[in-house]
Each structure stands twice: as structure tokens, then as C-alpha cells.
Ligand binder design. Structure first.
Ligand code: G4P
Length: 526
């Protein structure tokens, strides 16, 4: 479609996800961002947090949660001439392969770290996925209003544990009760935590020596002088801020702040919007790059959300727009099947403004109503020239369940259901080598619950799942396969593409195996 404003629109897009370990403050910071963008009027509206967390077994609650999450999966607002799309990456009980796949649809990521806890397990996992994509990663070290770890120590941990160069955009002036503000290295100013202490001034500029005026009361505070020394140390001994490196994901700009007290969040947002990237080119299976400024529409499915309401079997396929302009009612081709599709029933995640035209460009997400046509990783495109974007990576599952049909007479619906849900990308499936038992693999517990629910409601198949606990899945080359290598501590299985793998009981079992069979190469997915 001919859209004279395409270039301008694409350049204004900032599409990102916030990654963090549960409780680091992702929801709180998201809410602050939405407040700045005018997308919500009151904190507490994103997760309905105040109603409390749901119990895992309470399916009604999960339904509610999932129901809400269709609309909160993508949050959009305008700020400072930019159109911001925040893609939700659920954590806690909601963690699933979708969480990882969502990271394939963003152009940058924000990593929220709790200043008292540092880098935690889930942050590390999500970070690795983002890092491989080579997209910008911004770090927000949160909860400065509480006593946390020393900033220097946190930066060191960032570099050591995650292996990424960091640059402090600002530096805390104290913490917890002694928090005075941040020394803003990037914007060359001090931002006060309690402006009422300083004539209601929110900021004060630094002079060319990096100092505030000599008569300012903060000059007498020992923290101020200590921070000057620390900043000198990190800026002289450390790396320089390098926007080029940032855009390739090789350096993370680090911001300190407190999401709960809304301190440092706006400064973060403004700098983030300046340096986070507009949509990039997207690579096809043939290694071709499709520019986001290309006129013909294209995009790929990165997530499928099943409707948990038993009365409806519909689903929503989340499509990341990669090029051109989406227009309601347009005709596209689904690359895998070459089927023509009309995009008429589509949820758009538009900013809350009436002037908006009903269109979306690269960087935007559209939710396509689906009756079972789409699979994760599918490409849709406009026009005659076929486009097939790269497959989305598979992620190594960590949780496993044996699965069987409860009623042996109902094998047909059981097989049909499993086949379709596995193809859709809802869960991973393996078969043990010798006994041909079915094993499901997932990265989060919720995937099993959703699977069981959908098998029953969509395929009328009651299943029995037997937990196998966590396992370490490692793939081997088919030529290395030897059935004698299998035991109860290292189960030999095949994935759905018939590739052999082992499910090791624990790291000890994996090491034991590696010692015993040094020539067998053990591989993991992403
Ligand atoms: P998550 O989405 O990453 O899981 O974290 P969430 O924002 O829900 O925050 C987890 C807890 O940390 C919440 O407290 C929240 O209020 C608190 N928090 C977030 N940012 C800050 C901050 O900058 N400073 C301080 N002191 N606390 C912060 P909660 O008691 O678990 O929940 P709530 O009842 O307050 O909502």
C-alpha cells in the first residue's frame, strides 16, 4: 500500500520488552511509563495487582489473567514524537516459551534489576536470548529508595555475570534513607530525589568541571564528594558511552532510579527513546534483508494466544509488522500454505487517541483473529513477491511431563490434539526411544496447564500427565546414537523432527555421560 508517511512513521517506532526477575519492579516501571505516555491514569491498572496473585491451581483465575493479558500483551503510547510499543514478557507462573519468543519481536530491551539483589536467574536467561539478537539493551537498576548494593559492585556484576560492557548514564547520590538524587553523567546535571529540600528545584546543571555551584548545600554532603570520586573513577578507567555499540547490543547504558517513587524514570525514558533503535531490517530464510521502509506489507507470527473461554475456540495470532503498512481488510498471503487471507478481524494496539488512522507499520503489533490457520513463526505478506522470515528459534525446555490419553479408546483425538498444539508452538513433544512414551517439555509450568485445558476443551481429550521434574535436555548427532547409552538417569528420546536427544536427570548425570562418551557432542537449543 502506498503510504506517503511510512518513513516518518517507522522512524518514530520504539518497540521493546522489559526483562527482569520477578519482583525486580517490571510492573511498577511499566506503569510509570504508561502514566507518562498518558495511556493509563492511575497506577495499579496493569496487572490488577491489588487483587493478589492467583493460585496456580485456580483455573478461573488463570483464565482471567490470560483474558486480561491479551490486551496488556502490547501496550502502546506516544511520547515526545515517538510511538512506543511495550511488549509484555510474563514471568512468575505465566512464564512460557511465548516469553522468549516475544523477545524475537522487539527492537530493544530494558533490563530491570533490583539494586539489593543484582542479576538474578530469570534476568540472566532472558538477557542471553536478547543478547544473541544483537539489539540494544538498557539497564535500569531499581529500588534506589531502599538500601541496596554499591553501584560499582553492581556494574561489575553486570559485566562479569552477563559479559556485557556497561556505561553508567547516571550515578546514585546515596541510597535508601540517605538518597539525595542522581548525578546525571549523560545529561550533565544533578536530579534531586526530594526537590523540596532544594527550593523545589528538580535539577541543577553541572559546570564544565562536573560540579554543582560552590554555594549549593549539597556540596557539604559527604555523599556528594564521594560520588564525584566514584564517577571520575568509572568514567576515566571505564569505557566511553558509545551509541554505535549500544545499537549493536555491545554496551548497555545503565540508569539508576526508583520506579515506586517515580524517581529517575522519566530521565530514563527520554534517554532510552533517544538511543533505542527504530525498527531494523528483518532477515528472510534466504538471508535477504527486508527493509521496514519497503512499501509492501509483511510480518511474522511470534505468539498465539488461545482464548481460554470454552465457548470460543478462537485464538489471536500476534503479528510483528516488519515492512509496509497494515490496513484493516487487506489481503495477504500466508507463506507456509500460500493461502490468501483477509485481515479483517484484527485487534490493533493503538495509542489512546481518536485521530488515529487504522493502520500499523513496522514495529507495531497486530492481533489477528485466527480459527486455526496460523502457526508460530509464520510469515504473512502483501503482493506477489513471496517473503519467508527466518524460523523462530526453539528454546531448550527445562520441565518435563509424561503424557497419555486417560481413555485408551480415545487415541485419535489425543493424537490430533497433541499434533496440532505442538505444531502451533504451545509445547514441545518428545518420544522415548525404546518405549515410545510421550513426553512434554516446557520452559514454564503454565504451558502444561494450558495444554491440558486446551486438549480437553478443543479436542475433547482428557489426558494424564505425570511429572518428571526438571531435566537437562541435550541433543546429539544421529550418527552418535547408541541405544546402550540410555538409562533411567539419561533418557534417550526423539524430538518431533526425529532428532535424538538425552534427558539428563541432573548436571551430575550429564557430566558422568560426557566423561564416559567423550566423543559424543551434547548440544542445547537456545
Ligand atoms: P515485577 O513486575 O518485576 O514482578 O515487580 P513489581 O513491579 O510487581 O514489584 C515488586 C515489588 O517491588 C512490589 O512490592 C513493588 O511495589 C516493589 N517495588 C517496585 N519498584 C520499587 C522501588 O523502586 N522501590 C521499592 N521500595 N519498591 C519497589 P510488593 O509489596 O510486592 O507489591 P505491592 O503490594 O506494593 O504492589
Amino acid at each position: 500500500m502506498n503510504n506517503p508517511n511510512l518513513k516518518e512513521q517507522v522512524e518514530s517506532r520504539r518497540t521493546f520488552a522489559i526483562i527482569s526477575h520477578p519482583d525486580a519492579g517490571k510492573t511498577t516501571i511499566t506503569e510509570q511509563l504508561l502514566l507518562f505516555g498518558g495511556a493509563i491514569r492511575q497506577a495499579g491498572t496493569v496487572k490488577g495487582k491489588k487483587t493478589g496473585n492467583f493460585a496456580k491451581s485456580d483455573w478461573m483465575e488463570i483464565e482471567k489473567q490470560r483474558g486480561i493479558s491479551v490486551t496488556s500483551s502490547v501496550m502502546q503510547f506516544d511520547y515526545d514524537g515517538k510511538r512506543v510499543n511495550i511488549l509484555d514478557t510474563p514471568g512468575h507462573e505465566d512464564f512460557s516459551e511465548d516469553t522468549y519468543r516475544t523477545l524475537m519481536a522487539v527492537d530493544s530491551a530494558v533490563m530491570v534489576v533490583d539494586s539489593a539483589k543484582g542479576i538474578e536467574a530469570q534476568t540472566k536467561k532472558l538477557f542471553q536470548v536478547v543478547k544473541r539478537r544483537g539489539i540494544p539493551i538498557f539497564t535500569f537498576i531499581n529500588k534506589l529508595d531502599r538500601d541496596g548494593r554499591e553501584p560499582l559492585e553492581l556494574l561489575e556484576e553486570l559485566e562479569e555475570v552477563l559479559g556485557i560492557e556497561s556505561f553508567p548514564m547516571n550515578w546514585p547520590l546515596g541510597m535508601g534513607k540517605g538518597l539525595e538524587g542522581i548525578y546525571d553523567i549523560h545529561n550533565k546535571r544533578v536530579e534531586f530525589y526530594r526537590p523540596e529540600k532544594y527550593d523545589n528545584q528538580k535539577y541543577i546543571d553541572l559546570d564544565e568541571n562536573g560540579e554543582i555551584p560552590a554555594d549549593h548545600p549539597l556540596r557539604n554532603n559527604s555523599i556528594y564528594n564521594q560520588v564525584l570520586e566514584e564517577v571520575e573513577l568509572v568514567t576515566e578507567a571505564g569505557d566511553e558511552f558509545d551509541p554505535e555499540k549500544v545499537s549493536r547490543g555491545q554496551q548497555t547504558p545503565v540508569f539508576f532510579g526508583s520506579a515506586l517513587t517515580n524517581f529517575g524514570v522519566q530521565t530514563f525514558l527520554e534517554t532510552f527513546l533517544q538511543y533505542a533503535h527504530a525498527p531494523y531490517d528483518h532477515e528472510t530464510k534466504d538471508g535477504e534483508l527486508v527493509s521496514p521502509y519497503e512499501e509492501e506489507f509483511s510480518g511474522f507470527v511470534f505468539k498465539i494466544q488461545a482464548n481460554m473461554n470454552p465457548a470460543h475456540r478462537d485464538r489471536i495470532a500476534f503479528v510483528r509488522v516488519c515492512s509496509g503498512t497494515f490496513e484493516r481488510g487487506m489481503d495477504v498471503t500466508l507463506e507456509r500454505t500460500k493461502k490468501k487471507m483477509k485481515l479483517s478481524n484484527v485487534t490493533q494496539f493503538m495509542a489512546d487517541s481518536r485521530e488515529n488512522v487504522e493502520e500499523a507499520v513496522a514495529g507495531d503489533i497486530i492481533g489477528v483473529y485466527d480459527t486455526g490457520n496460523y502457526q508460530i513463526g509464520d510469515t504473512i505478506y502483501e503482493g506477489k513477491k513471496a517473503v519467508a522470515y527466518e524460523d523462530l528459534p526453539s528454546f531448550t525446555p527445562e520441565l518435563f511431563m509424561k503424557v497419555a490419553a486417560k481413555n485408551v479408546m480415545k487415541q485419535k483425538s489425543f493424537h490430533k490434539g497433541i499434533l496440532q498444539l505442538v505444531q502451533e508452538g504451545a509445547i514441545q513433544l518428545y518420544k522415548t526411544y525404546l518405549t515410545e512414551e510421550y513426553i512434554l517439555g516446557a520452559v514454564g509450568q503454565l504451558q502444561f496447564e494450558v495444554f491440558q485445558h486446551r486438549m480437553l476443551n478443543e479436542y475433547n481429550s482428557e489426558i494424564v500427565m505425570t511429572p518428571m521434574g526438571s531435566k537437562i535436555a541435550r541433543w546429539i548427532e544421529p550418527e552418535d546414537l547408541d541405544e546402550k547409552m540410555s538409562s533411567s538417569r539419561n533418557i534417550l528420546a526423539r524430538d518431533r523432527f526425529d532428532q535424538p536427544l538425552f534427558l539428563f536427570e541432573n548436571q551430575f548425570a550429564e557430566r558422568w555421560f560426557a566423561d564416559k562418551y567423550p566423543n559424543v557432542k551434547l548440544k542445547q537449543l537456545m
